[in-house]
Write a protein that binds this ligand. Sequence first.
Ligand code: EPU
Length: 417
Amino acid sequence: MDAIEIAGGKPLHGEVKISGSKNATLPQIAASLLAPGTSIFRGVPELADIRTLGRLLVHMGARVDREGGTLRVDASAVAKPEATYELVKTMRASVLVLGPLVTRFGRARVSLPGGCAIGARPIDQHLKGLEALGAKIELSHGYVEAKADRLRGATILFDLPTVTGTENLMMAAALADGRSILENCAREPEVIALAEALNAMGGRIAGAGTSVITIDGVDALRPMDVEVIPDRIEAGTLLMAAMITGGDVLVRGAKADHLDAAIAKLREAGAKITPESDGLRVIAPQKPTAVDFITAPFPGFPTDLQAQLMACLSVAKGASRVVETVFENRFMHVQELSRMGADIAIDGHTAVVRGVTRLSGAPVMATDLRASASLVLAGLRAEGTTTVQRVYHLDRGYEALEAKLQALGANIRRVKA
Ligand code: EPU
């Protein structure tokens, strides 16, 4: 198993380009199941999660080819609308095939994802929505079995905004008979990107990016040819990497309107952030100032950047209060940051981070993607050497992170364990 070794203490300088968005690409690839023919995706990041979804589609009978950043999915010969436990357990986002399969093929068998490191993460809202559209859902032997003749439009009110739930229902309703209205939807940029892709396939979707999405079902969709949007979480992570090292970095491809909440908090913590023609430049202070923040669905502060900002605040002047409201168990990085000298106390969903003067390098390990990123950030600031183990978590969602940080002057390398 690979590890990442960092000799900390160097401020980052220069320019870095962010990759295509993992969480925008995954639902768009799932949407290729809605139409026979070959969909084309451009600017696809080279990530383990994308490969997992590709394998899932191949297992169903699709053809998946990749050439550089271009991925082609031919969903003409899909014959087995099934997602097995072996694949779903490694990536929860596999559940995104459920809506497309049941609406195009009238049946689907998809493993229940189960809990994961950051929380229980049920899919009740996905299932409730599909039932409202007329699917018969049965849970047996750990699988969701969904059956339907043609789905029919309905009004669905989500109990809470769910990103993949909104995406799954949007895809299912795209081929349903009549109009569907989804209320209390997630408003993330990835939801908008999926709606745009579905419209490019001939779908009729309005309102994505607001909390009410209206979908007029059509009889058939055609394959899409789409450019993946930039990864706002990778962009935020790199802004925070500059922040924790007191650096000066231009993050090319970062979109300010995708990162409002993160930019506001970094500015409050003392960073100067300026939009440039194709990205955001951050000039970080020597030491951040403490700030309080609370995670929330978009446009609130993203839970996917909570661990990284917390790493920055571990060396801030003063004490910060961090409240995690999206997932119930997303403080796993705290114990590891503490091993590096951070002073963080957790009480339920709240963490109090008292800034320390220095972090010290240590062997650390995390159990999820964003927690691992926060440990890399802490390693960039720490005195001495930090070894982040279980790099496969990082590889799920960051393309060539160590190469990008190296190019910014970090002393970082991948080592074979
Ligand atoms: N929830 C329910 N019932 C449901 C669905 C969700 O109770 O049927 C709860 C969840 O347990 C959670 C909250 O609703 O407490 C929000 O979860 P959401 O469904 O929005 O999360 P998700 O769609 O499973 C996506 C991203 C995550 C990101 C979250 C929140 C993808 C593929 N994944 O997950 O990304 O943290 O939205 O923004 O888009 C990551 O990239 O590291 C990652 C975990």
